[in-house]
Design a protein around this ligand. Sequence first.
Ligand SMILES: Nc1ncnc2c1ncn2[C@@H]1O[C@H](COP(=O)(O)OP(=O)(O)OP(=O)(O)O)[C@@H](O)[C@H]1O
Length: 240
Amino acid sequence: MDSVSVLSLEDVTVDRSGLTIVRGVSLRVDRGSVTVLLGANGAGKTTLLEGVSGAVPIASGRIRLGEQRVEKLRAWRRARAGLAHVEQNRTVFREMSVLDNLRAACRHDDTPDRVLDLFPELRKQLHARAGLLSGGEQQMLVVGRALLGRPKVLLIDEMSLGLAPIVVARLAHAVRRLADGGVGVLLVEQFAALALGIADRAYVMARGGIVYSGDGRRLRHDEGYLRALYLGDAHTQSGV
Ligand SMILES: Nc1ncnc2c1ncn2[C@@H]1O[C@H](COP(=O)(O)OP(=O)(O)OP(=O)(O)O)[C@@H](O)[C@H]1O
C-alpha cells in the first residue's frame, strides 16, 4: 500500500453551543486504508466527523482533501470534491425499492453495479421495499448509496449500531474491501476489537482531543491500556 494522504486534519477545533467539543485534532487518512477513530461516548467523534464533512462549521484548523483545502467549503461542495459521510442513524428511503434508493444516489453515468458487487445481498432484493430489509441490509444500502458519488474518502459513523455481531463482521469485511479498492475510510466504531481488526491506523479521542495515534496493534492486545485511554487516564502516545 502506498501512503498518499487523501484526508488530513491539522489542529481542528469544533465548538457547539459556545462549548469547545473538539480541540486541536490532527489526523490523516491514506488512500486505500482504513483509519479507525475510537473513544468513549461523548469524546467528540461524531462532532469531529461532522466538522470534516461540513455538517457543522469548524472554529479553527485546516482540512485537506488530497491537496485541496476544504474547511471553508459548504458540505455539498466537499461531497462534490470526494468526501462522503455516512452519518450515525442514517436511514434509507423506506417506501422506495432498493434499486430506486440506489438510482437516486447515482451521479453522472454511475450505475448501482459496483454496490451490488460489494453487497450481493442487495442484488437479490432489488425490487423489494427498502423498509422491509433487515437492519444489516439497510445499513449496506446506506453505505452503498454513499459510494455512488465515487468518493475518495468515506466517513462512517457507527455503522454497527443495533446490529448483530455477525452482520457487523460482514459490514467490516466490506469496508476493508472498499479500502483495498482505493478509498480512504475514516471509521468511528464502538466495537473496538472489530474495527482494529480491519484498521491500518488508529486514533483514540478523549475529552475532545487525540490521546493515541498508532497502528492499533497495542490497542488490540492491551484492553486495559485502551480502557485507560478512553478515560483519558493514559499518557498520550504516538506510534504513527
Ligand atoms: N448540538 C450540540 N450542542 C451542545 N453540545 C453538543 C451538541 N452535540 C453534541 N454535544 C456534546 O458534545 C460532546 C461530544 O459529542 P459527540 O456526539 O461528538 O461524541 P461521540 O464521541 O461521537 O459520542 P457518541 O459515541 O455518544 O456519539 C458530548 O458531550 C455532547 O453532549
